[in-house]
Ligand binder design. Structure first.
Ligand SMILES: Nc1ncnc2c1ncn2[C@@H]1O[C@H](COP(=O)(O)OP(=O)(O)OP(=O)(O)O)[C@@H](O)[C@H]1O
Length: 725
């Protein structure tokens, strides 16, 4: 059992604006702990009579200042927890801090760059790497993703559900057993056999969360305060907060002037958490049948020992099973070549006697006659030695000797021929050096120049995700994407194109596309270099083999002992081969890293695309709702709406201004074609200037789409100062 308090770390989020000097300071001089001092600026200490303390000091295991990078956070905070998990303990890492302080950035990672990936993807990578190294054990890995919102738990990885709101996801409830262990009912456990599968699950959960989330924001203001002590989150984390677990907390701080109070309260919370002691117990699941067998054996041994010491001999017969076991032991003892091996049968005299009896029997049955035969033979030979060899026998022996001599001569001639062949090959190779070489690599790992197979190989797994696979959680995502695409009408698609052009996330997608292209070509070039090195290694191996054959042949024909000496040429070839192998390994490791990076970037891009689409959908619905309100006169009958439509519209209308500001920070420039096509006052007048709402197509949904598009365009133009009015 390991007793340990919860480890607390602090991370300060980089500030966008330059902060006034001295708002906080970090003191790392103290041994093994660091201190964060938050200084209250005087203007915050309100009024004339200043009763507020001016500075607050908090201790942490370590404080990561604004410039700290994600890899450092992983190495120092997460790796030790991952190591304890691999050793068999429970491990938890959680981030705590005010909104926008960097919890998601620290735990999951940023959505823009590969280097921004957070603790989860890095830990997954580390864990799978370690599991791969250990071939002695069998591991199974599962992933769960639980979202807790408003005291309700939701499974974000259930492959049977496509989330468009949290309510679509399976609800997870807490159950407590009589031993007060917490169980999460309905939370699925998804098996992940590789890092890639685990990352796909993480991505699926993130996407589901994102899709179910722009609803949460709307409901947020109606949310009542949930006391932390009784919350579902605390129940789920019960073991992590004072139980059987190695736990680490990261206090995320946004140390800007306006956030000082929140930051102080986060630090206070961390100081309290640091007092919580956990008792982590090694998780061991013991098979009761194995325990029974072990205990029975122990009891028997103790009984035997007791009988031996007290002299009380056991008189009952050995059972057939015991006899069979003894036979097995005797056989393996006799077959064992090790002279030191022992026959261990414990202190049961019956067994000891039985062994002696069997050995004696064996000796009398087999060994002794053999020995007798052998001694007779020796005796006969000795007697022969005393008699002079007969002339006839001598002649016979001379003939045999001559025959042997002939055989040797034939063999030497054969060897000479062989040596010549080898020499020819060797000469031919020397002539070929510098010219073209025979390629030994029959199945290159990656394609040659101009071949796209390297790209295919590197991206195949990620491609699988999009092209559908047998795994439900992958195809689920794919299905959603396809459905959405099919649903989009032409006008809506066009509006989406305009919408995304200037969206901040589109810049990220484009940047990542660029990086992806670079990584692909790097991977391709690397694949080609790997193939080259592979074939070099093949050639070197071949050269070494030939060299060895040649030396053997030489040593036989010249009766030399060359094979025992070191051959400098061979040594040189070997060291060259080692170098090539090293560079092969380095390149291969880099290629593996590139593959992970490419897959990660593809997931980031997909995530950004889903987010973009989601934001567009919300904006579109909201625009349509506004427009309908405007264009339908109060006394004319309204187009009937589905209850769902009504609900989403009423939710969104409150936020419409906010959303359109947020998602359209600056409108995209319209092309001349677009301007000509849409900047038509007649259409506008028809739709917006005239409240009689003339139907375009007769289909209310399509008309709504058209209206929303025109309105959206008008908004854009107004913002750009291009509107006609
Ligand atoms: N260490 C950091 N380096 C760079 N950017 C950061 C860092 N921490 C946070 N950010 C950025 O700050 C913004 C807010 O961070 P994040 O979403 O992680 O906050 P949060 O605490 O999870 O917020 P919420 O509680 O609202 O979900 C994001 O755009 C994120 O990329």
């Amino acid at each position: 059992m390991v007793k340990q308090t919860i480890q607390i770390f602090a991370r300060v989020k980089p500030t966008s604006r330059k902060q006034p000097q001295g708002i906080y300071s970090i003191d790392e001089d103290e041994k093994s702990v660091a201190a964060l001092e938050i200084i209250l600026p005087r203007d915050l200490a309100d009024g004339f009579v200043n009763n507020k303390r001016e500075s607050y000091k908090f201790k942490f295991q370590r404080i990561f200042d604004q410039e700290s990078k994600q890899d450092t956070i992983f190495e120092i905070i997460a790796k030790p927890v991952a190591e304890s998990v691999l050793a068999g303990y429970n491990g938890t890492i959680f981030a705590y801090g005010q909104t926008g302080s960097g919890k998601t950035f620290t735990i999951t990672g940023g959505a823009e760059r590969y280097s921004d990936r957070g603790i989860i993807p890095r830990t997954l990578s580390y864990i799978f790497e370690q599991l791969q190294k250990d071939s002695r054990k069998m591991y199974t890995t599962h992933v769960s993703y639980l979202e807790i919102y408003n005291e309700c738990g939701y499974d974000l990885l259930d492959p049977r559900h496509e989330a468009s709101s949290l309510e679509d996801l399976p609800k997870v409830t807490i159950l407590e057993d009589p031993d007060q262990n917490i169980h999460l009912k309905n939370l699925s456990l998804q098996q992940a056999t590789t890092e890639e599968e685990a990352l796909n699950l993480l991505f699926l959960g993130d996407t589901n969360r994102m899709i179910a989330e722009v609803i949460i924001a709307l409901a947020e203001k109606h949310r009542s305060h949930i006391p932390y002590r009784n919350s579902m989150m605390t129940s789920v984390l019960r073991d992590s907060l004072g139980g059987n677990c190695m736990t680490t907390m990261i206090a995320t701080l946004s140390l800007e002037k306006r956030n000082i109070d929140e930051s102080i309260s986060t630090c206070r919370f961390a100081q309290r958490v640091a007092l919580i002691k956990n008792e982590a117990v090694l998780n061991e699941e013991i098979d009761p049948r194995l325990v029974i067998i072990r205990l029975k054996k122990e009891i028997q041994e103790l009984k035997d020992e007791l009988a031996f010491i007290t002299g009380e001999q056991r008189t009952d017969q050995l059972t057939q099973m015991e006899l069979d076991k003894l036979e097995e032991q005797i056989t393996s003892f006799l077959e064992d070549q090790d002279p030191e091996s022992r026959l261990e049968v414990g202190s049961d005299m019956r067994k000891i006697h039985y062994c002696f009896y069997r050995l004696k029997k064996l000796l009398s049955e087999r060994k002794i006659p053999e020995k007798n035969e052998f001694s007779h033979e020796i005796k006969d030979k000795d007697q022969e030695g005393d008699t002079p060899l007969k002339e006839e026998e001598l002649k016979k022996l001379r003939d045999v000797l001559k025959q042997r001599d002939n055989e040797i001569n034939i063999l030497v001639n054969m060897l000479k021929k062989e040596k010549k062949k080898v020499q020819d090959v060797f000469n031919l190779q020397n002539t070929n050096r510098g010219g073209t070489r025979l390629s030994l690599s029959s199945s290159p790992l990656y394609g040659g120049p101009g071949d796209d197979s390297s790209k295919a190989s590197v991206s195949s797994t990620a491609k699988q995700t999009h092209e559908g696979s047998s795994l439900d959680y992958r195809s689920g995502f794919h299905r959603r994407k396809t459905v959405k695409k099919e649903e989009m009408s032409l006008g809506r698609q066009e509006a989406f194109e305009i919408f995304k052009q200037d969206h901040a996330d589109n810049v990220t997608i484009e940047d990542n596309k660029q990086i992806l292209r670079q990584r692909f070509s790097e991977a391709k070039a690397l694949g080609e270099s790997i193939n080259e090195v592979r074939s070099k290694i093949g050639h070197l191996k071949e050269e070494i083999n030939q060299r060895q054959m040649q030396r053997v042949a030489l040593s036989i024909t010249d009766n030399a002992t060359g094979d025992q000496e070191l051959d400098p040429v061979e040594e040189k070839l070997r060291s060259k081969m080692e170098e090539e192998k090293k560079s092969y390994k380095n390149m291969f490791t880099r290629l593996k890293g590139l593959k992970v990076e490419i897959e990660h970037l593809q997931l980031l891009m997909e995530k950004a695309k889903v987010k973009l689409k989601k934001e567009f959908e919300v904006w579109w619905i909201e625009e349509a709702a506004n427009l309908q309100k405007k264009s339908v006169p109060s006394n004319s009958p309204r187009t009937p709406e589905s209850p769902k439509q009504q609900q989403s519209q009423s939710h969104l209308s409150n936020k419409s201004e906010l959303i359109s500001k947020k998602i359209m920070p600056s409108p995209p420039p319209l092309s001349r074609l677009q301007r000509n096509r849409f900047n038509n006052p007649n259409v506008e007048e028809r739709v917006l200037g005239n409240s009689s709402a003339i139907p375009f197509t007769g289909d209310s949904q399509t008309d709504t789409d058209i209206l929303a598009f025109i309105k959206a365009r008008q908004n854009l133009l107004q913002k750009k100062g291009l509107a006609n009015n």
